[in-house]
Design a protein around this ligand. Sequence first.
Ligand code: SIN
Ligand code: CO
Length: 377
Amino acid sequence: MLVLVLDQSDFLARYWQREPLLLRAAVPDFVPPVSAEELAGLAMETEVESRIAECRGEPASAAAWHLEHGPFPASAFDRGHPWTLLVQGVDQLLDEVAALRALAGFIPAWRLDDIMVSYASDGGGIGPHYDLYDVFLLQGEGERIWRIGQRCDDSTPLLPHPDLKLLAEFDCQAEYTLQCGDVLYIPPGVAHWGISVGDSTCFSIGFRAPRMADLLSRCIDARLVQLPASLLLGDAGRSPTGAPGEIIGADIDNALLQLRELLTTRADNSWFGELVTETEAEPPAGPELRQMRSALHKAGSHARLAAGARVAWQALDLDIRVFANGNSHLFGLQVREPLVTLCADGVLPLPADTGCAELLEFLIREGALEVSGATKN
Ligand code: SIN
Ligand code: CO
């Protein structure tokens, strides 16, 4: 079984979202589940999101960097300069890579974005940059040097490049050479730069956080639906004014205080789970839906989280609200156990308890559950 050797509480208190952390031999006996050849094979498929970055000169010059998007022909993998192939969402394509998600199972699954796998030739990399997301870089085959740089934000100067957000300056503060099974955690906004030593692969377990702008707009939308039109701003206890045209700071503070009270009420907060489980996944078509419904009752069937599905749940006083691919539904407390298993292991044991029939129907309809493997007869 794969484990990430880490003091989880200490990591979350001191490093998560704060500081980079190198973890040597963090995944003991790690055998990279994808080879460079298999990765190249994936990058030839049309439905797979892949990119190749090549550096044809001085990394500090924007003109040296070239970016191409897949799918790629076999000839694309024969290059004269250092290059990197990046394949997005490999956890949605290969079960062996999906299994790596468990390494970060101590962080809520709704924060996980995807697992990107990269192959880099000797000297290859995607240049100095920063990401908005947290990432665990797990070294696969070969070795890669990782340089950690300065803190960055929207005002950090970038090289003028149409496709790549490369940093104009890189202030190297630490450098590590990662070997198979080593992990480097990088928080959002910290500059980093990977350079391959010989051929190498890297598994990036990436996390996304919802944008504050989206949270605010979804929260406000939900509150507006519930808000009585007769509710007005109150200003009991105001002081006399000598200048009737003036809006004073206390008026604004009073309005902000009352808005905050509205926003922080614990009424119906399903907007949060709906936002963080949103995906681009399509719900299944009619025939597929019928096939899965009938497979549920056949011996030997398996139910698992669909590729790319996002499922989460929230315990309320008397029920459980389940979120699947951006939609939600209320269920009884009996659905807790199967949900814990589904969200942690990606599988839902069948036959499910009869009290879970509605949950299964909801998950299947939302495209979050795949039911398969029933013997045909
Ligand atoms: C890579 O795997 O080469 C890039 C990963 C990253 O910088 O986030
Ligand atoms: Co990065």
